[in-house]
Ligand binder design. Structure first.
Ligand SMILES: Cc1ncc(COP(=O)(O)O)c(C=O)c1O
Length: 455
């Protein structure tokens, strides 16, 4: 059996083209002719361990920008494409900076995220032409920061989310956007509670807001991990109709920002390709604009998960195993970290992961397992994509060689959501780039974690 195929490595459609297996059965990541042996890194830096690969981020963004720009040219589309990285997905510097260097603009969701932008801008780390979109409810602090940065010359565009913000920004001399609430019947399958959606304005509310001085962007966001292409295209069709009506009142309007949502094949099922989606979106926008006699709108996306998730892996060590008397798996493997702390979406939204051993990938003796986190909670577990996780059969009490497990695609949302249930330390984090390893976050000591709780 081909072990590389068995573990679904080296496959572009699953974003594992960078992963390989060496002769010993160790899991490798290749960056050009540099390679990183994940077992070796786990042994050297200890577990739990997060490994970030900035080159994966850079390649993914570069591919996305090239793809949209090529389609724009091929279709003779006259609007522009721009990418805004939503910082909420992962605010770590080692993620934000490589994306900015590849040409990403930014999207912030809070005053604190915008404060980070301010700091980097003051340090002259950013090209002053970078564009910032500000989503999220605008607290006084957020409004003051937007105002300050606009006055100082940075392109900061608030997206109006509610009536109070119309009063604050509606007649601003700087560019603004407004958020459309897409009605539930238009979208189908996404991670978003549509029944109680409270973001933005309905179509009729928007059309009654009257003229705003510098309205440029119509923005909406219908959810994350949208697994059917139609669920991206249908809201766009709806938004185009609203855009056309709104443009009659606000002739300055020239951009549609579709928010986030492009999915990751966590469950190793191929949904749709980004190339196909880009073509369909642009063709729809062109046809619609030509038919309605308006200029082709610029298109902005805020796809976070799609760019960031594959650029990080999380590695745990199996510290114990127990028999399962009755169940879809045979053994519990207890790991030295916590799903509820380090991969919180496992618990929050029953996230599925691509899990594989970090070494022994050639092993033919596999066993169906459930993985248990180290906290006291019975919810702290991962039971796999098919009610089990297939891993090498292993008994830590009878072998000196440790078993490590690697979770792929852990780069999006898990770090910002992380917590300290049972006062467990967060995983250490390293950055692998150009053949070098940099420690981005040391393992927290008991003293450091205690301090967070006032000790
Ligand atoms: C306004 C907005 N834009 C972008 C995103 C990023 O979404 P995703 O990571 O699914 O692309 C989110 C996520 O919640 C969001 O709320």
């Amino acid at each position: 059996m081909n072990r590389k195929r068995f573990w679904k490595l080296g496959m572009r459609e699953f974003n594992t083209q960078y992963f390989d297996v060496d002769k010993k059965g160790d899991l490798l990541v290749r960056e050009g002719n540099n390679q990183y042996n994940l077992r070796y890194l786990a042994e050297k830096f200890g577990t739990p361990l997060e490994v970030v690969f900035p080159f994966i981020l850079e390649e993914r963004l570069e591919d996305l920008l090239d793809l949209f720009n090529a389609q724009i040219k091929a279709l003779k589309y006259r609007g522009r494409f721009s990418y805004h990285y939503p910082m909420k997905v992962n605010q770590n510097k080692e993620v934000v900076m490589p994306l900015v260097s590849e040409g990403a603009n930014l999207e912030t969701g809070s005053a604190n995220e915008l404060w980070l932008v301010k700091r980097l801008w003051e340090q002259a780390t950013f090209n002053p032409k970078i564009k910032i979109l500000c989503n999220g409810p605008k607290t006084d602090k957020y409004i003051r920061l937007i105002d300050e940065l606009q006055h100082r010359g940075l392109s900061v565009m608030p997206i109006i989310e509610g009536p109070n913000e119309v009063g604050v920004f509606g007649q601003s001399r700087y560019d603004i956007g407004v958020r459309l609430d897409i009605p539930p019947q238009v979208t189908v399958d996404s991670r978003w509670d549509k029944q109680v959606d409270r973001f933005g304005f309905s179509e009729s509310e928007l059309l009654h807001l009257g003229r705003m001085r510098n309205l440029k962007i119509l923005h909406y966001h219908v959810g994350s991990q949208i697994e059917k292409q139609a669920d991206i295209l249908q809201p766009l069709r709806y938004a185009l109709k609203v855009f056309t009506k709104l443009k009659k009142i606000n002739p300055t309007l020239d951009t549609i920002d579709i928010g986030g949502g492009m999915p990751i094949p966590y469950d190793r099922k191929v949904g749709y390709s980004v190339a196909n989606l880009a073509g369909q979106m642009l063709r729809m926008m062109k046809k619609f604009a030509d038919r309605n006699g308006i200029p082709h709108p610029n298109l902005t996306v805020e796809w976070g998960r799609y760019i960031v998730a594959p650029a990080q892996v999380t590695i745990y060590k199996v510290i114990d195993s127990k028999a399962i008397a009755k169940g879809t798996a045979k053994k519990w493997y207890v790991i030295d970290g916590s799903f509820m702390n380090d991969l919180l979406d496992t618990w929050a939204i029953h996230q599925k992961w691509h899990v594989l051993p970090t070494a022994h990938l050639e092993s033919k003796k596999l066993v169906k397992t459930w993985l248990a986190g180290s906290s006291c909670d019975s919810d702290d577990k991962y039971t796999g994509q098919n009610s089990y996780v297939l891993l090498p059969d292993f008994d830590p009490s009878s072998t000196a060689e440790p078993l490590y497990v690697t979770f792929l695609d852990s780069g999006a949302y898990q770090d910002p959501l992380a917590s300290h249930h049972c006062l467990l330390s967060s995983p250490a984090k390293i950055i692998a780039e150009n053949g070098h390893i940099i420690v981005a976050r040391k393992r927290e000591t008991a003293e450091e974690v205690g301090k967070l709780f006032g000790w």
